[in-house]
Design a protein around this ligand. Structure first.
Ligand SMILES: Cc1ncc(COP(=O)(O)O)c(C=O)c1O
Length: 300
């Protein structure tokens, strides 16, 4: 398929060739921003991360992102080695060094650090965490509604690798995305262990049916911050919203479908498994929610 798009497509911005990247307290030019080949993140995907967006001088929902980061680090028994205030000041330093005031995206990553030998045991990660902030000038540029394909890769049970963890290891999601691309779609629609529709490999998933918003129960998907904000916006604005189980039959027959994520906010879905959803274009409810969300984040 030649016209595949991704849900994280941004307009080209030449300034990104020269961005400064925060690596363990130092601001490095992009070409010199490196981590060790012994890093736990490189070697084993042993780390956690957050994606954040700058709207009009403010990092949207910063507290929610920091809560999720510190909670994930605690869950994997990783000491970030920084206070919340220190993380915020690292973000500001990177933002200032890159003269960013709006339309920027940050990926804040914390791994278990450099290992003394190339093996799995976390005790071999002895040099403290590796903390990196990649910040890019970023304006989402997704040229058309997204096409999804369902794939055999599932959102697993919490006792394997809890799908709520934003871990560096994304292999399950990556394999799902590869399968979707090979089926001619842009991104994968993933089911839960019971066969209910759950999420995509990189975003949360919603449908609109007869004026109601449906999304999964939340048991098997990333506890997306944008997902929660959309649910909250629906409640505040009197739009019926349900976190519930639903199947592909409900999904193919939906009036609209959209994805949520920090990068794209609310991204319309036009097609799933070759079935056109609604008109195939962004529908009125998705448009309305995008407007409400832009107001919430104070987008210009
Ligand atoms: C699998 C998955 N689902 C959903 C999301 C969206 O979460 P958020 O809205 O917090 O960006 C992410 C983002 O990291 C993700 O990796």
């Amino acid at each position: 398929m030649t016209d595949t798009v991704t849900t994280h497509q941004a307009a080209e911005d030449a300034r990104n060739e020269n961005v400064k990247i925060w690596v363990n307290g130092l601001l490095k030019p992009r070409a010199e921003a490196m981590v060790s080949v012994f890093d736990s993140g490189f070697m084993l995907g042993d780390g956690v991360w957050e994606g954040m967006r700058l709207y009009n001088g403010r990092w949207a929902f910063l507290d929610d992102h920091l809560d999720r980061l510190f909670e994930a680090a605690k869950a994997i028994d990783l000491d970030i080695g920084m206070t919340r205030a220190a993380v915020i000041s690292a973000l500001s330093e990177t933002q200032t060094a890159n003269a960013m005031t709006a339309d920027a995206h940050a990926r804040l990553m914390v791994t278990r650090g450099v290992k003394s030998r190339p093996f799995q045991h976390p005790g071999l990660s002895r040099q403290g965490p590796t903390v990196v902030i990649i910040m890019e000038h970023s304006r989402p540029s997704i040229p058309r509604p997204i096409r999804l394909a369902t794939v055999p890769h599932m959102r697993g049970l919490p006792m394997t690798q809890d799908p709520k963890l934003n871990s560096h290891s994304k292999l399950n999601c990556i394999l799902a995305c590869i399968a979707a691309e090979k089926a001619g779609a842009d991104e994968a629609l993933m089911l839960d262990v019971h066969g209910f529709v759950n999420t995509t490999n990189a975003c949360n998933f919603f449908i609109v049916r007869r004026g109601e918003i449906w999304t999964s129960t939340g048991d098997y998907c990333m506890n997306g911050i944008t997902r929660q904000k959309v649910i909250d916006l629906c409640r505040v604005n009197g739009i019926p919203v349900h976190e519930r189980n639903f199947s592909l039959v409900d999904t193919y027959g939906a009036d609209e479908a959209f994805l949520t994520g920090t990068f794209g906010a609310q991204t319309p879905v036009g097609e799933i498994d070759g079935r056109v959803i609604g008109t195939g274009e962004m529908g009125p409810m998705t448009t309305r929610l995008r407007g409400l969300y832009r107001e919430l984040v104070g987008a210009a």
